[in-house]
Write a protein that binds this ligand. Sequence first.
Ligand SMILES: [Zn+2]
Ligand SMILES: [Zn+2]
Length: 384
Amino acid sequence: MPGFSFTRSAALTETALLATSSKEQCMQTAGAEVQLDVSIAVFDDGAITVERVDLPDRSAGEIDVAISAAAICGSDLHTVLGHRSAPARTALGHEAVGRVADLDDGTTDFRGTPLRRGDRVVFSMLSECGSCDRCRAGLTMKCRSLLKYGHESVTTPPHATGTLAEQVRLLPSVPVLRVPDDVADVQVVSAGCAVATAAAVVAAAGTPPPGTRILVLGVGAVGAYCAAMFATLGCAVQVRDPSPERLALAAQLGAQPADSDGEPFSVVVEASGSSSAVLEALNAADVGGHVVAAGSVSLGSSTVTIDPALLVTRRLRVTGLHNYTAENFRWGVDWLVAHGRHLGLERLVSPPFPLSAVDEAFQLMKDGRYPRVLVRPDGHGDPA
Ligand SMILES: [Zn+2]
Ligand SMILES: [Zn+2]
């Protein structure tokens, strides 16, 4: 496995993108701080550092959000382990909750609710054009000019595109949603990736009616949210995972450990990322069943051998699912606020690390003890 080296001292690097001599570096506003000089966790040449990045003035329609809490996702780990290609000086992180630091007057969120400085928000990791052939076909997450937060270089506008940072700058096309102050950071921090992806799985499965037998393979963050969402829809959810702790968590979400009786399932969700689990999913699906494959995201990392007659004779439907639409994101946040926050899903998230210790946070993520590792910019963040 390709290694990665952490910089133990998280050295700061001065990076001037634009001359800022005439700009105020920091302005106080209602409830949040506008910064034009922000600390961002950057992955470059095999190492993670926290860079000080000077930002140009915000363009019309962009929203600056001061990060309260961010979570390291498995795909951030894939980036630093070299499992996926990444541009030089990648701004890391794409799951977060924060407060609006600066925006244009008259800005609204994705629901049309007016947004003001200091409002608590979550946001999508995807900026799509909305007009290319893929966007028009509903494949907005595969937009031909897609910008993905957490996967871009700090040299690419709008520069502050990673959430493992003091502040992120959202393009006008990024869906943003206000969230209530009484929902803890750890309960909404995964809204922009794991929760929205799980919402996309539920939608891909046709939002199944109560009683539908569903199997979820893998109780990481996406699998746990899938199991919890299907359970709140009244489905009969079973899960498989090698970890007794994660099976216990799933039980608290309303999902039972899978029976060994071999009874097939109408919907099987592969959320573990294990290539062999794809075969397990196909074998567990009933005649006319639907397999939603959402776990394997690293191209070329492994292969499996499939008997095509299994697909044909069982009339199986297989859907590959990667990322989500803006509507999936909204559904996921609504579900979180109405249901998810009461389920104890914050147990998926580690205790917080300061941004200055982001290298240690990645080390814990690599250990695999927590599906998500929490990072708070030093001195930022709401309680809990
Ligand atoms: Zn993610
Ligand atoms: Zn597009």
